[in-house]
Design a protein around this ligand. Structure first.
Ligand code: NAP
Length: 424
């Protein structure tokens, strides 16, 4: 076998191309093969020197490849290739949050069994060295909270909606044109991407796998420019947030992915564009905030190539593989249902502009123990429909939902288009 570390690159899109550009002239590594879906596609890098295949299993079966760099994304065949590569004794470096969030425990178990390791620095936070910080830098700590902006696409859209006063659809189109959002943006704008990432962070923080299906999610598609403006007037900025924290000593973990009103003075409010920022609260260190580019060719390739260097150094040591695997219990986290969580809320509703409406709203809230912090009425349409915004104090989600149920049944209520949580 060559003295160089031999790599098989699975995927040559945004990230894979960055990885090849960063590594191709590095004498420490040899790219033995690159797998793509379509061999005839025009590429940004010259592939004349490389073996290119459209059969990714070739990489998993090639005895001359030590490390598979999986930068293809998705599950299905890619997951099968990774499983086969592990079985064949190959180490894995992946940027694939969906695969790690949904199949991490089974992948780590297989890796332990075959004495190989799986690195996934680029799966959360793009270029920010977040996973290694959580896995190694913060080992002395009991983590009490992880929260932050982990999706660059939605942060870019929300930033554009506020700064350029663009409606959601236009901000999304611009994100797509700039390559920040995919042609099918569902995973980003409906919150799935944040679910995957917060599942990974929560399982590292609390050392138990988190089932993605149990994580509450809300996307950003209902948020209008009016909400952005009203949030500003109340002293907040709307951000898509992933959050994970234990619920007292119940043994449950509150894990969720949804937009929140963040106070303007909070550091997360200042994170703009495709940047990400994550707060970690540790028992010894206190609060740590990591921020930086959450996506993009070179920032993400920086994280992948960092993993490749770490692995190459470790390859010189005997029996190192288990050292890098996340410490994880076999039982999954007990995820707290959203109804049991406590939050402050922003509620935008549309009502008939008739006497007594405010009183009815106040009564419904009071009936269920929802205490109001603020209420404003914003204009009335020609059809006599008023927009009213309520801000609440902290209250249990189940009580809020009961109050909203009553409000929905009031004859004066037309619609409750938006309910958002407020970061306190
Ligand atoms: N883009 C970012 O900023 C970013 C940031 C953080 C993490 N990530 C993660 O990095 C991974 C790659 O993202 P990307 O943006 O680089 O994706 P991308 O631009 O869509 O590229 C995907 C690449 O994988 C290849 N591919 C897909 N399925 C394959 C298969 N079954 N067999 C062989 N090749 C296959 C595609 O081949 P063709 O070119 O022939 O279609 C393409 O080259 C994903 O897991 C993503 O979540 C991306």
């Amino acid at each position: 076998m060559s003295t160089k570390t031999t790599l098989g690159i699975l995927g040559l899109g945004t990230v894979g191309t960055g990885v090849v550009k960063l590594l191709r002239d590095n004498p420490q590594f040899e790219i033995r093969a690159i797998a793509v879906r379509d061999k005839n596609k025009q590429r940004e890098v010259d592939l004349a020197d490389f073996h290119v295949t459209d059969n990714a299993f070739e990489l998993a079966d090639d005895p001359n490849i030590e490390v598979i760099v999986e930068v293809a994304g998705g599950i299905g065949q890619v997951h099968e290739v990774v499983k086969r590569a592990i079985k064949n004794g190959k180490h894995i470096i992946t940027a694939n949050k969906e695969m790690i969030a949904k199949h991490g425990p089974e992948i780590f178990e297989a890796a332990n069994k075959h004495n190989v390791t799986v690195f996934f620095e680029a799966a959360v936070g793009g270029g920010i060295p977040l996973i290694s910080t959580m896995q190694r830098g913060l080992q002395a700590n009991r983590i009490s909270k992880v929260a932050g902006i982990v999706n660059g696409t939605t942060n870019y859209i929300l930033t554009m909606m506020e700064q350029e006063k663009k409606p959601f659809a236009e901000a999304l189109r611009e994100a797509q044109a700039k390559g920040y959002a995919e042609a099918d943006p569902t995973d980003d704008i409906e919150g799935n991407d944040v679910v995957y990432k917060i599942a990974i962070l929560a399982s590292l923080a609390f050392q138990s796998p988190v089932e993605v299906g149990k994580i509450y999610k809300q996307g950003i598609t209902q948020i209008s420019d009016l909400d952005i403006q009203l949030a500003n007037e109340f002293g907040y900025r709307i951000k898509m947030i992933g959050l994970a924290q234990p619920v007292g000593d119940t043994g449950k973990i509150d894990v969720r992915a949804h937009p929140m009103l963040v106070p303007l003075h909070h550091p997360l409010a200042g994170i703009e564009g495709v940047n990400n920022a994550i707060f970690i609260n540790g028992s010894a260190v206190g609060e740590v905030m990591l921020s930086g580019p959450g996506a993009g060719q070179f920032p993400t390739a920086s994280a992948v190539v960092g993993d490749i260097f770490n692995l190459a150094s470790a390859l010189k040591l005997p029996d190192f593989a288990r050292y890098f695997q996340p410490a994880m219990n076999s039982t999954t986290c007990d995820v707290c249902p959203i109804e049991e969580t406590t939050n402050a809320y922003y509620i935008r509703l549309e009502t008939l502009d008739v006497p007594g409406v405010i009183g009815h709203l106040g009564l419904a809230c009071g009936e269920h123990g929802v205490s109001l912090l603020g209420l404003v009425q914003k204009g009335v349409t020609d059809e006599g429909v008023a927009t009213i915004v309520l801000l609440t104090h902290q209250v249990k989600e189940s009580q809020l939902q009961a109050a909203l149920g009553d409000i929905r049944r009031q004859l004066t209520t037309k619609e409750i288009p938006v309910v958002l949580r407020v970061l306190r």
